[in-house]
Design a protein around this ligand. Structure first.
Ligand code: NAX
Length: 329
């Protein structure tokens, strides 16, 4: 058996947690030979922790050969002690009438505290943020995590990538497997830019298969940008199983070496690539070396129209950073 991997999941009593934890434990994510230790963190509220205990009981009842142990806690210092992956899902949901700026201010302090706890407890950690607004929460956590390099943090835009893949496949009348090289640029929000100009269908440029430019520049982008709201309208609750599935994709993509010529989308610390201000957590095309490192894929071409889309999401992230400037250490 390989060295165990210790994984903390925050918001473990929530709906994403309920879909995520079982797939982390089962051997699917880290492989059938890698034992997994799970740490479940949620708020110090008795009924919430009781719900976490219930999830832990169910995890135990699955009898996964890979699952070594499960710890339930409300203390981030306990949750993040010795952790290799910290999956930061827990956050307050946006309530009726709340502006995006209010949500950022509400949730920001969660990530200052968790960033500090990660700095204390984690020697070799990779942290991913799912809780919204995930790019800026990631920026806050990284800024408060002394001693852990910023490139160990990322935020999830994989659900947006997967949504874009499904939309292109449906429009082209092909399977999802035919779609490749889809990039989500920028913020996990309605300003994100799902890039079809560099994507391929069966290895061909998208525009040579889908000739409907109005759809590509219009409904395609809008559908991906607003899919979260459409799910809430249909289901009465926000996306959870698809978000958890995409979180697993995100972790697995960073754990593995990305096949030659491919990439995946994740919000990582900008190094100035594509003119994106350094330090923003921005979704880029990313390639992992499978040994803890990654690179931002360089040289993708963009039309002037696409550059305008990129700038809009850059601008939004800059304004989010201003809203939380006092939380950045
Ligand atoms: P739920 O409300 O079902 O669960 C959230 C859980 O987080 C609750 O159990 C709550 O007690 C806990 N929590 C709150 N503050 C905490 C803290 N300080 N420490 C630990 N736990 C805390 O929400 P769920 O549907 O699971 O969604 C969780 C987050 O994911 C939300 O912020 C949501 O907006 C975000 N999403 C992000 C997505 C992405 O693509 N990046 C997509 C799905 C989802 O919308």
């Amino acid at each position: 058996m390989a060295t165990p991997v210790t994984v903390a999941v925050t918001g473990a009593a929530g709906q994403i947690g309920y879909s995520l934890l079982f797939r982390l434990a089962s051997g699917e994510t880290f492989g059938p030979d890698r034992p997994v230790r799970l740490k479940l963190l949620d708020l110090p509220i008795p009924e919430v922790l009781r719900a976490c205990e219930g999830v832990a009981m169910e995890l135990s009842d699955c009898g996964f050969p890979t699952l070594l142990d499960i710890e339930v806690t409300a203390d981030p210092n306990v949750a993040f002690d010795g952790v290799n992956w910290a999956i930061l899902v827990g956050a307050k949901p946006r309530s009726k009438g709340m502006e995006r700026g209010d949500l950022i201010r509400e949730n920001g302090p969660i990530f200052t505290g968790q960033g500090r706890a990660l700095a204390r407890g984690a020697a070799d950690v990779r942290a991913m943020v799912v809780g919204n607004p995930c790019n800026t929460n990631c920026l806050i956590a990284a800024a408060n995590c002394d001693g852990v390099p910023g490139d160990r943090f990322s935020a999830m835009t994989r659900l947006d990538q997967n949504r874009a893949v499904a939309q292109l496949a449906a429009k082209a009348g092909v399977t999802n497997a035919e779609i490749s090289h889809v990039t989500i640029w920028g913020n996990h929000s309605a300003t994100q830019y799902p890039d079809f100009e560099n994507a391929r269908i069966g290895g061909q440029p998208v525009s040579s298969v889908i000739k409907d430019a109005d759809w590509l520049q219009g409904d395609f982008i809008k559908t991906v940008q607003q899919r979260g709201a459409a799910i809430i309208a249909a289901r009465g609750k926000s996306s959870a199983a698809s978000a958890a599935s995409s979180a697993i994709d995100h972790v697995m993509s960073f754990e593995a070496k990305t096949p030659a010529g491919q990439w995946f989308s994740a919000a990582v610390r900008s190094d100035g690539s594509y003119g994106v201000p350094e330090g923003l957590y921005f979704s880029f095309p990313v390639r992992s070396d499978g040994a803890g490192g990654y690179e931002i894929v360089q040289g993708l071409q963009m039309s002037d129209w696409a550059k305008g889309k990129l700038q809009a999401t850059v601008d939004e992230l800059i304004s989010e950073r201003e809203v939380v400037s006092d939380l950045l250490g």
